[in-house]
Design a protein around this ligand. Structure first.
Ligand code: PMP
Length: 285
């Protein structure tokens, strides 16, 4: 059976799941999206993802022509129709079809697209041995220009950093912000551990407020750990005992070197391992 894709209330076979070349999502990256996971048929933090999507949309003055409840039901239905229980779900809302000009008012109706797919995690070996990352020279877009809290269809800033990481032989790259502080990686939030306390850049550093980031902060605090959301620099990462990244697709993945320097012992540390185990208890994996 071919994979079914939801477009504006209808299901299409993967081969026929198409949108117009006049869609401003395509022409200008004018739109927002979410990457969501389901574990054993249960969507992880569904409401948080939907809330973030509507916030991203509000920030770009895009009105999603559906209630949150109806959109959540459409996501559930797309999963069900595809017979998937452990899946990655891509929810996209673009400005819709317009003319070749920028004017979003010429776009009559936003396009709503739901794509489900198998999960593509990092290879298991990297969860056991950790990732090598580099600091990219491409800085994160300044929140004064365009807030990285908006999960928009324009990922060029991250893609440029991703290319740098790739050329250095790394699967992720650390991005600094316009002030030279640590922001996040190209598709993941970043955490460090130092003297048994956990640190992550605050949202004001200009980062996406990751759903996984928030889940990890919550579970770490519930386990009695101190979590600081504060400005961090590369210095802090270089002297950290442990480092890990969080994201919907990656979950929690250890980082063992940055810029060819070992972090801590150069092996995934005990705190990271404990948080990974705790995270699995909340996803039920
Ligand atoms: N930062 C960026 C830039 C991202 O694109 C993502 C999502 N892939 C994340 C962080 C992690 O966010 P979440 O935990 O909500 O997936």
């Amino acid at each position: 059976m071919s994979l079914k894709v939801y477009i504006n209330g209808e299901f299409f076979d993967k081969e026929n799941a198409k949108i117009s070349v006049f869609d401003h999502g395509f022409l200008y990256g004018d739109g927002v999206f979410e990457g969501i996971r389901s574990y054993s048929g249960k969507i992880f933090r569904h409401r948080e993802h939907i809330d973030r999507l509507y916030d991203s949309a509000a920030a770009i003055a895009l009105t999603i022509p559906m209630t949150k409840e109806d959109l959540m039901a459409a996501v559930e239905e797309t999963l069900k129709i595809n017979g998937l229980s452990d899946a990655y779900i891509r929810l996209v809302v673009s400005r819709g079809m317009g003319d070749l000009g920028l004017d979003p008012n010429k776009c009559e109706k936003p396009s709503i697209i739901i794509i489900t797919d198998a999960i593509s995690l990092y290879p298991q070996e990297l969860y056991e041995n950790g990732l090598d990352i580099v600091t990219a020279s491409t800085i994160r877009v300044s929140p004064a220009a365009l807030s990285p809290r908006i999960k928009s269809l324009n990922y060029l800033n991250n893609i440029l950093a991703k290319i740098e990481g790739d050329r250095a032989g790394c699967k992720e790259a650390l991005m600094l912000n316009h002030k030279g502080e640590v922001a996040e990686c190209t598709g993941d939030n970043v955490f460090i551990i130092r003297r048994e306390e956990i640190f992550t850049p605050s949202i004001e550093a200009g980062v996406l407020e990751g759903i996984t980031r928030n889940a990890v902060i919550e579970l770490a605090r519930n386990a009695g750990y101190t979590v600081h959301e504060m400005p961090l620099t590369r210095f802090d990462v270089y002297i950290a005992d442990e480092c890990f990244l969080t994201g919907t697709a990656a979950e929690i993945i250890p980082v063992v070197t940055i810029d060819s320097r070992k972090i801590g012992t150069g092996r995934p540390g005990p705190f990271t391992k404990e948080l990974i185990a705790k995270f699995h208890t909340i996803t039920g994996k």
